[in-house]
Structure formats: structure tokens, C-alpha cells
Design a protein around this ligand. Structure first.
Ligand code: G3P
Length: 222
């Protein structure tokens, strides 16, 4: 499977506002706005919520992490094949809140490819991003850890990082995130060449999630 771009991807993390029944509600809001505006949207859910999310919406549902192992005697892991069998479209790997080794990334990517799953590998630097792109990741999410969860977006604080990432990693492959809160943040990221944005608190913690989604997704069109 492939993402259509430009895209807005929301990482639900493990917030109270975006897990359990509220994860399903929020995913449905994403689907509603995607249909209303005709834009591309995907959600990244926590492991326990994934089957329920996959059954509830038709937009892409990604895991926050997967393990590059198959079926078998593994305890506490989330194998790629198991995720695929419950309808998960892809996974984010190596988020800065869930870093894994290069060899674990490679193992997961290989199995995800075999399952036709979409991969979004997070990188904290351009060098890492280029390395993961060479490993065959479909998309690279560039996120500066110190901006995550804050009010200053990567688009404002580090615009040059976005343009350099596009040159180094390739147009159409770069997703940027951290501190994205406004339509202007989205517009700026796209105008610098990003294929999409990765958001968490800006939508999950918004007083009005639907209005915020409409605002940020509207910027995918302009
Ligand atoms: O995965 C997205 C994330 O790390 C960015 O978080 O809260 O800054 O949008 P936030």
C-alpha cells in the first residue's frame, strides 16, 4: 500500500484523549474531515487499540511500533504479521519515544515489505533519515526531539531542516513533525517540500479536535 500525499498523520501516542473508545471517536473525526475536504489523513494508534481502529475507519491505520518477527513464541512483542492479520496498514518505527536499533528497523522493514505494509521511520537527524531511506523505508519522519510536544513548530524553529531533508532524502518521502499546531505550520512545511506532517498534541489535546482537524487539514489543500 502507499500513502497519497500531501498527508496529515496523527500519532495518538498514549494520551487519555486518544486511547480506547476515544481513539475510535478521534479516528472517525479524521475520516470525516478527510472525506469532507478530500484530503489524505492517517492515524497511528497504540497497540491495544489497533484492531478496533482498523475495523472502525477506512483511512490508513498505522501502528506506533512493530517488531520484525513473525508468528511464534514471542512474549510482549507486536509482530508485523500479526498486525497485518488484524488489518493494520503500516507502522511507524523508531519514534524518539520508542527508539530501536538499526538492525531491528531493518528486520521490521523487511517483513513489512513482504506484507505490503507502509513504513514511516522516524529520524532525529538528516543523517539518520538518509540512512533509513537507504534501508528502504517508504517515508521518513524528521522530528527534532526537543520540539516534540511544545508550542514552537519545526516549521518555525528549523525551516532549513525541512528543505535540507527534502534534498538529502528525496522529495515525496519526507514527513515532518514536532510542535505542529496551526494551518500556517502545515502550509510552511509543505511549501518547503515536505510530503506531509506528523502531529500529536496539536490535535489530540485541542479543545475542539474537529475544528483543529479541519483547520490543519484545510492547509493540505492550499
Ligand atoms: O509523532 C509526532 C510527535 O512526536 C509530535 O508530537 O505533540 O509535538 O505534535 P507533537
Amino acid at each position: 500500500m502507499a500513502f497519497q500525499t500531501p498527508i496529515l498523520i496523527t500519532n495518538f501516542k498514549c494520551y487519555q484523549e486518544s486511547t480506547g473508545a476515544r481513539a475510535v471517536e478521534l479516528a472517525k473525526l479524521h475520516e470525516r474531515v478527510a472525506n469532507e475536504l478530500g484530503v489524505n489523513v492517517a492515524v497511528v494508534g497504540m497497540s491495544l487499540d489497533l484492531p478496533m481502529l482498523a475495523m472502525s475507519v477506512s483511512i490508513p491505520v498505522l501502528a506506533q511500533h512493530l517488531d520484525g518477527v513473525g508468528w511464534g513464541a514471542f512474549t510482549g512483542l507486536v509482530p508485523v504479521e500479526v498486525a497485518r492479520s488484524v488489518g493494520i496498514d503500516g507502522a511507524m518505527l523508531n519514534h524518539s519515544e520508542r527508539r530501536i536499533s538499526d538492525s531491528d528497523i531493518e528486520r521490521a522493514l523487511e517483513r513489512m515489505k513482504a506484507q505490503n505494509m507502509l513504513s514511516l521511520v522516524c529520524a532525529e537527524t538528516l543523517e539518520e533519515g538518509a540512512k533509513f531511506a537507504a534501508m528502504g523505508a517508504d517515508f521518513i519522519a524528521i522530528e527534532v526531539p526537543e520540539l516534540i510536544g511544545g508550542d514552537v513548530s519545526v516549521s518555525t524553529a528549523k525551516p532549513e531542516l525541512i528543505s535540507e531533508a527534502v534534498v538529502k532524502i528525496g522529495a515525496g518521502k519526507v514527513i515532518v513533525g514536532a510542535g505542529i499546531k496551526t494551518a500556517e505550520d502545515v502550509r510552511k512545511a509543505l511549501s518547503l517540500g515536505a510530503a506531509g506532517v506528523l502531529v500529536a498534541s496539536g490535535i489530540v489535546k485541542a479543545a475542539d479536535q474537529l475544528a483543529t482537524l479541519r483547520e490543519l487539514c484545510g492547509a493540505l489543500k492550499s
